[in-house]
Each structure stands twice: as C-alpha cells, then as structure tokens.
Write a protein that binds this ligand. Structure first.
Ligand code: ATP
Length: 283
C-alpha cells in the first residue's frame, strides 16, 4: 500500500556561523522553522531490491544524486532492509532557493520508510542518520521550530513563532550553498543575537522576533547577486517587517502579522519577482 509524507520547507529565522572546523565544515547556530510550502512524497514497497525515484523537474536529478535516494539508500543499509522502494516526489518547493527542499525530501523519506516498514525507529536515530546526508536534514526530520548547532546535527527544540504570515520572493537564480560558505570571512561577520530571538519566540513577541532575525550569509549572497538586494528593498518599501534572506539564498522572506497587509505585500511582489508565495508558519 502507498504511503504519503509531507516534506515542508524551512526558513532561517537566524543563521550564524561560529567557526571553521578541521573537517572543512563550519560550526553553525541556525534557528529554523517550517512553513506550509511542501513537497509531497508517495512511497510504496517493491519486491526487487532497488530504489526508484520519480519526479518531474528540470533541476533535480532522479538518480542516486537525489537526496531522497541517498536517504533511502542509507536507511536500507543501516537497518538491513532487503526490499526496495518506489518514491514519487511532487515538488512544490523551489530548488536551490535556501528553503531546504532537498533536505526536507530526504527527511520525509526517512520518516516515511520508518512507517512503511513498521520499524519504530526513534526520531533521534533518524536525525543522526540524516546528518550523514546533509547538514539541514536532522532539523527537517523533526520540523517545527528548533536551533541547530554543531554542523547542524545538534537539535534543540524551541517555542514556535507567534502566529504570522510569510511572503517569500525568489528571483530566477539558484544559489550554491557551497559557493557561499567558501566566501565566509569568520573574523568579519556581524553575528545575529540568537538569545534575543529565542526570548522573542518564547514570549511570542512578534516585534522582537522581527528585530532579531539575522543571517551572516546575506551580505555574501547580496554582493554576488544584486537582485536579492532589490527584492529586499522592494519589500521594505512596501512596509514589510522581519525581512531576511533564508539559508544561502536567494529567497527573501518577510514576516507579517496581519493577513491583509501580507496579501498587499504579496500582490506588490508579484510581477516584480519570478516566484512569490504567501504561506503560514507551521512552527
Ligand atoms: P539548503 O537551504 O538546505 O542549503 P537549498 O534549498 O538551497 O538547500 P535544494 O533545493 O535542497 O537547495 O537543492 C540543492 C541541490 O540539491 C540542487 O543542486 C539539487 O539538484 C540537489 N537535489 C538533490 N536532491 C534534491 C531534491 N530531492 N530536491 C531538491 N534538490 C535536490
């Protein structure tokens, strides 16, 4: 029987880089929350010991390079599963957008296979397996709102943000996370105040949350892609609050309390920018 799993996108309320590690990765502190823009994943068992991926996308491979494939492969190996699986991915999350599209698909496959093969593996173990696939996968295994530390594998749950709307605007470019991380100059970063942001979440203080969103990668991406700055300016002109680039970009979001204002900003951004979404935080 087929099983469905939702794979929601994430936004970074904060992204801080603390240091470069000897293994080449960076120590980060990222506060992330899931939003109701999601890929939909259908899975069913097949008799042959294969992993089949089906998706319609010009930008995403459907072979072993797909993060959903890597997740299924890692899962089968770790738990000694001899059956195969067919995975159908209906993509709604834009690719290379800073919204964790590949990571959330991988996480959804881990959760889905756990259910499909009735293994009852705890989420912590799935998250640990997810860390071998990508730095954002452990967060995506849990979803909701959390801070990710280390290289992303240490997850601490946080209070969900106050209820609000999110306008997302993505220009017609894809950004390579690797390229942006290569350009980090650790000594020149101005770090976001994560403690203040966590306090804002805890007290459901919308204005304090907006005042403390921050992303150290933003300046790097803005320098390479001026269109991201133009989107930020356009949103600010429209009176948007809590405006920030998510992940390594290029998607820029705004957090808005009132639905009518969110709708107005959404309308204003359409036509100005390739892809625009109006969604809610799942938190
Ligand atoms: P992050 O915010 O975690 O850095 P992103 O949103 O910027 O990620 P993705 O959409 O995850 O980026 O895509 C990054 C790369 O991963 C692309 O080159 C894409 O082809 C590849 N990829 C592999 N599997 C998937 C998948 N299932 N969905 C999307 N991209 C995938």
């Amino acid at each position: 029987m087929a099983l469905f799993e939702k794979a929601p996108a994430k936004i970074n309320l904060s992204l801080d880089v603390l240091s470069k590690r000897d293994d080449g990765y960076h120590n980060v502190e990222m506060i992330m929350t899931t939003i109701d823009l999601a890929d939909r994943i259908k899975m069913y068992s097949i008799e042959s010991d294969r992993i089949e991926i089906y998706l319609e996308s010009r930008f995403v491979p459907s072979d072993e390079r797909n993060l959903a494939y890597k997740a299924a492969d890692a899962f089968k190996k770790k738990y000694g599963i001899k059956k195969g699986v067919h995975i159908h991915i209906e993509k709604s999350i834009p690719v290379s957008a800073g919204l964790g599209g590949g990571s959330t698909d991988a996480a959804a496959v881990l959760r889905g296979l756990n259910r499909l093969w009735s293994l009852n593996i705890p989420l912590e173990d799935l998250a640990a397996l997810g860390a071998t696939i990508g730095s954002d996968v452990p967060f995506c295994v849990y979803g909701n709102t959390a801070i990710a530390k280390g290289r992303g594998e240490i997850i601490e749950k946080l209070a969900s943000p106050p209820s609000c709307w999110v306008v997302l605007a993505k220009p017609d470019i894809g950004v390579s996370t690797w390229t942006i991380f290569q350009r980090i100059n650790i000594d020149k970063l101005s770090h976001p105040n994560n403690d203040a942001l966590i306090d804002a979440l805890h007290h459901k203080n919308f204005f304090k949350m907006c005042a403390n969103v921050g992303n150290v990668l933003e300046d790097i991406t803005l320098t390479i892609y001026p269109e991201v700055q133009r989107i930020k300016d356009k949103m600010a002109e429209a009176g948007a609050t809590g405006v920030l680039m998510s992940g390594s970009g290029p998607t820029v979001y705004s957090l808005i309390e009132q639905q009518s204002k969110a709708q107005r900003i959404y309308n204003g951004m359409r036509g100005f920018c390739e892809e625009v979404y109006l969604v809610r935080i799942l938190g």
